[in-house]
Design a protein around this ligand. Sequence first.
Ligand SMILES: [Zn+2]
Ligand SMILES: [Zn+2]
Length: 700
Amino acid sequence: MGIFSVLVDAPAHSGIAGALDYTSDHALKAGMLVRVPLGRREVLGLVWDCPTSTELDPQSLKPVLAAYTDLPPLNAAWCKLVQFGAQYYQRSWGEMAHQALPPQLRTLSDEQLQRRLKKLNTPGTPPQAPGPEALQPPTPTPEQAQVLQALQAPAAQDRTALLFGSTGSGKTEVYLRRMTDVLQHHPQAQALIMVPEINLTPQLEERVRARFEPLLGVGCVVSMHSAMTPAQRLNAWLAAHLGRARIVLGTRLSIFASIPHLKLIVVDEEHDPSYKQQEGARYSARDLAVYRGHLEGVQVILGSATPSLESWFQSRPAQGEDAGGRYLRLAMPSRVGDSALPDVKTVDMRMMPKGTLFAPLLLDAMRERVDRGEQVMVLLNRRGWAPVLMCTECDWKSQCPHCTAYRVFHREDRTLRCHHCGLSSRVPRHCPSCGNLDLGWQGRGTEQLHEHLTQWFAQARHPDDRPYSVLRIDADSTRHKGSLEQQLSQVHAGEVDVLVGTQMIAKGHDFRRMGMVVVADPDGALYSADFRAPERLFDLLLQAAGRAGRAARPEGAPPAQVWIQTRNPEHPLFAALRRHDYPGFAEQQLQERQLAGMPPYTHQALLRAEARQLSDALAFLDAARTAGLQGAADRITLYPPVPMAMQKVANAERAQMLIESVQRGALQQFLNTWSDALHATRTQHKRVTRWAIDIDPQAI
Ligand SMILES: [Zn+2]
Ligand SMILES: [Zn+2]
């Protein structure tokens, strides 16, 4: 009988930090999945390679109940990834491991798993005849060919490369060709390709299947994302784990897929904030991808038209005393098919009467485009009719009773809705405070722009003698399953003249006929308290601009245009955008960050706490800080706790405290030593309802 360490799913702060010891008569291997007793429950466990105490009396230990012997053990590299993730993001190994496994495994008996495996082994549908995507993939442009050559170079094989390619430069084709190379080179090789949000890129999934299924067989591609059913997720996971799936295409959770023959990782839109998990273990799938590539000695390609400043900094060329960054930077500045980047122009809204939704010259320009058979996109990152409903007589506003926020006025269904806690109520007939019947609103949302444009275009008819069609796409219009796909296909089919929407429409879509993009009101982000707001705005605007003029234009047709309505036309961000100059923008931002001592020049962690009373949350953070200051090295700064900018959400008062260091290692070391004191402090502050530590936070 042997003693084995087993990881069980225990929250980070339950006191079970690492593994528990169990006995078994079988020779269990590290990485095997087992079922073990925990308290009165029977839970999934993972046999872990760590020394067990030799002084333990086996009689005092509980036995392993069953082992999933039909399943090959998870390999050492996977276990190391989990271990690193747990340590870096300050979680327990067990919690991290279980977050990394498909949820359905937890409830499956060994017999049920055997049935699954058997099913996976039965042959599927026979391969279809290869279509044009597989038979005649597009010929690489000179820029693509150059980048591919650089990626094939022996020195690049185990490195991280930042592929900086403008929108429409054909980054996807580079990924697909690189994958083809790697997958054909090794008969078992597997590739992981990550995307920020899979439902926004069904085109990519189709393209990957069409390219590789004729080459590697049906079933060679599996998807992994949170919208799949538990059964689908388990099947995809098993297919990758058994090596049957050669390509895993997924969102951030796919970084933990078991891929035993992993030879390439691609992270598309690497700058996208959705790679950062916002609950539980707050990991960055992009950062873990870089670590996993390093761990397994495989190439990682990070692709973006607006790289994160962290990745841009990591890929800086050597200069003077600076040896440069660790990543290889590869650039593809041109668009495929000679379609020029659109002209970017600003409209000075200070010259317009207050409350103007669209400058008259833009309405005329939209109409001209539409009459020529082109489409127009109008972008506003705010849904609903208006962000605030207000009384014209007294000072009543539609404040949410549970949050530090206003309830948004949705005119379509006559509701006031809080976008933070979800509270929804009917729009009042009169002012709840003074009874005045005349209620007004402040600001604008997508509903209002949609209505305004619908009415404006209803005054005339298209030269084809049909009414103009204005469509809105946002989280409200796409609440029902399948409605987003249906609305997008309307746009692709050319049934829509003007498309109004939030950032949902700005990213990833390949709208071939989009001749003009109007950015209705981006100014809020210029003055946000979050130091990453300009970076996000630049990305959003450049992405939106990237939707315009993707198809080559007929001779004599005016170039595609992007119009930005702003009260700050002289802002340097817009100047850089007019030049399509991401490097210039990034340089300026990096200089600011260096002067202000912000990432990537420093490394940060946030300790957050929630309580019914703000003072309770602050008291916990204060005590945690005092404990931290006793052990802190001089390279660590612990800032005093402050209420969060949005102080109250769903009646929880929220506060946070920033911890900073110029050295990542020093910060990690400090957090590890602080951890015990934090847990002890927590038990003394019982009125704190939730707390969490966020490493490399994306929003402050
Ligand atoms: Zn009133
Ligand atoms: Zn609320």
